[in-house]
Design a protein around this ligand. Structure first.
Ligand SMILES: [Zn+2]
Length: 237
């Protein structure tokens, strides 16, 4: 019997049968995979606490049958229990996991996206970091890792670097005043929004969570990213 070891976060759980659970794990090396956890809802089973939503651990799996691996054992690393203390932080954590479920593919290496999710869950569960800052960093870095970052340091049409005060999602990002009239759909974009997104795209992920700005700016950035995600991935935040 071939055993597979993965580091994984539980991103979905469903009770199945008498004592079993079906889980979706977001793994470092196999993307999102479906697994069964036998006996995981039984009170005396050590899988019970390690297979809850958001739990992160070392999983040993075997035998893929009917699309599901089976868990042999789990060594929990962290459970992000801090999320259960604040409903707003829990909602954002669920929102980020929803995007991971949408964007991840089985059997695709996903170490960068997994690290991004773990960092985001850490700042939501264990710190008082602004939840909209965490959302901004998550989506900006996710777009970068997926290879579809918005163009923010120059005009997405002519490459000019002056007067970049519009955002045109279909063109891929910032648009200068000279190109503005040639574009159909665009929205105004404040300099601070453009500079924030450009900065985070170029900045190491761990340090990005240390950025501090006004909550109103985070909300504008989320709205800009929302339009971009809708246009390029048909995804609704
Ligand atoms: Zn231009």
């Amino acid at each position: 019997m071939e055993m597979i070891k993965v580091k994984a976060v539980v991103i979905a759980e469903t009770k199945f049968g008498e004592n079993d659970k079906l889980l979706t794990l977001f793994t470092d090396t196999l993307g999102a995979i479906n697994v069964s956890a036998k006996g995981a809802t039984s009170r005396h089973n050590n899988l019970k606490s390690a297979t809850r939503f958001f739990c992160y651990g070392d999983f040993v799996l075997y035998d893929k049958k009917n699309g599901y691996y089976t868990i042999s054992e789990v060594s929990p690393i962290t459970d992000f229990m801090g999320l259960s203390k604040d409903v707003d932080r829990l909602c954002v954590a669920s929102e980020l996991v929803k995007f991971i479920k949408f964007s991840s593919v089985e059997n695709e290496e996903s170490k960068q996206m997994q690290r991004l999710l773990l960092n985001s869950l850490h700042f939501l569960a264990n710190t008082d970091k602004n939840i909209n800052l965490v959302r901004c960093i998550f989506y900006i870095k996710a777009l970068f890792y997926m290879g579809i970052p918005p163009v923010m340091e120059e005009c997405a049409i002519c490459g000019g670097i002056e007067d970049l005060y519009c955002f045109a999602p279909e063109e891929g990002g910032a648009i200068c005043s000279l190109c503005r009239d040639s574009v159909g759909y665009k929205i105004p974009m404040e300099k601070a929004v453009r500079e924030f997104i450009a900065f985070v795209l170029n900045y190491p992920e761990e340090n990005s969570f240390g950025i501090v700005a006004e909550n109103a700016l985070y909300e504008q950035i989320v709205q800009t990213l929302k339009i971009f995600l809708k246009t390029h991935l048909s995804y609704d935040i």
